[in-house]
Design a protein around this ligand. Sequence first.
Ligand code: SF4
Ligand code: SF4
Length: 421
Amino acid sequence: MPADSTTTDSAGGHDLSSSSSSTLTEAHPPLALRPDVGFIDRLAELAGDSFLSCYQCGTCSVVCPFSPQGTHLPRQEMLFAQWGLENELLSSPNLWICTTCGNCARLCPREVDIPGTISAARDLYVASRDIPRELATAFENTSRQGNPLGHSARKRADWAGNAGVDVPVMAKLGRSVDILFFTECYWSYHPRGMQAAQAMARMMSALGVDWAILGVEERCVADSQRLAGEIGLFEEAAQKNIEVLGKYSFKRLVTPDPHAYNALRNLYPSYGGSYQVQHYTQFLAELIPSMSLGPIPQRTVTFHDPCYLGRHNGEFEAPRRLLEAIPGISLVEMGHCRADGYCCGGGGGGMWNSSFVAEQVDERLAEVRIKEAVGTGADVLAVCCPFEVSLFEDAAKSTGNDDKIVVRDIIELLDESLKLH
Ligand code: SF4
Ligand code: SF4
C-alpha cells in the first residue's frame, strides 16, 4: 500500500476508514481469475463437490508418493478444480501420473475425494483430448478383446491347461458351485500371472474347494480403466460381466485382483450385480487350518500392501496371516506399510502409462519401493496384486537389486510350501 494512502489517527494508528476503496483496488487489483461455474458443475456431477471444501493446507502433497519429485500433486490440481480452471487442470501432467492410491485422501482434513476428482477430470479430458498413446492402446484392447493386454478373448482360459489339476469351467459344469473364481486379466494372460493362477488352481484342488471359473465368458472388470478416465468402458464391461454372472449360481465370488475386488464389491451393486466378494487372500486365510504346508527354505519376507486391498478396502491382515502360516518364513515390515503403504505405480492406469510417467518423474514408484524392500534385509518381496509382480521384477532389475531380492505372489509361496508337505 502506498505510504500516502492512509492517515494516522490520534493514537498513532492507521485509519483505514479514510482510505478510498479505489486506492485499495489500485494497490491490490483483483485476481484475474473467476471460477468457471460450468466446468465446476460438470466436474462435481462426476466426482461430487468435495473438492470445493479444499482449503489448501497441503497435507495431501506431503504424503503423495510423488511428493519427493516436486510435482505439487495433488494440492495444485484441487486448486484448479476449485476455481474451475479447466485448461490448467486438464493440461496438468500430474493428472496422468496420479495412481489414485488414496494416501492423500486418507489424511485430508476436509475429506476431499481427491482420487475421485482426479478420475473425473480424466473422464472430461478423455472426452475432448488425445490421451497418452500407451493408455489409448490399453483402452482399445479392453474394448476389442476384453483385456488391456490385447490378447485374444478366446485364449482367456489357456493358463488352466498347465495347472496340473482340473480347472472346472462354469459353462461346462452345468451346476452351482461354492466359489466362482474371477481370474481377471493379468492372471489369465501375463506369463507371471499365469504361474500364479496355476498355483491357485493347485491350492483349490488340494483344499477340495468346489470351484469353477468363467473362462472365455469372463472379461476385464476395467476398474483401472475407469480410474484412468474411461467410465464408459467400465460401465460396458460391468453390464456384460453382470449378464454372464447372472447365468450361474454360486455362493462367493473370489478374485486375485484388488482392483477387480474393489469394483465387484463396491460398484457392481449399483449396476445390479450384488455378490459376496472376497480377495483370494481373504478366502484362503479362512482355510489356513485345512492347509498342509511344509517348511520352505528359511526366508525373510517383506510384504507390499496393495492400495486397493489395504487402504481403499481395509484388508491388511489376511495376506500377513497367510505368510505367517508358511513354515520357514519370517515376516519383516517396511516403514511404509498397512494404511501408510507405498504405491507400486500401477493403479489408476499407471500400469499402461509408464512412458509418459517416466518423462515426468526421475524415479518410478516401483523403483523407490523395491529399494525400501531391500533396505529391510528381506530376500523376498511378497505381493498379492497381479500388477505388482512384473512392476517390481522390472524395478529390481533397473535398480540393480535383482540379485538381492525376488518378487513372489503369496500364492506362489503357498504353492511352494504345499509341494514340500
Ligand atoms: S489435504 Fe485436503 S484440504 Fe488440504 S490441500 Fe489437500 S485436498 Fe486441500
Ligand atoms: S491418489 Fe496417490 S498418487 Fe494420486 S495424488 Fe493422491 S497420494 Fe498422490
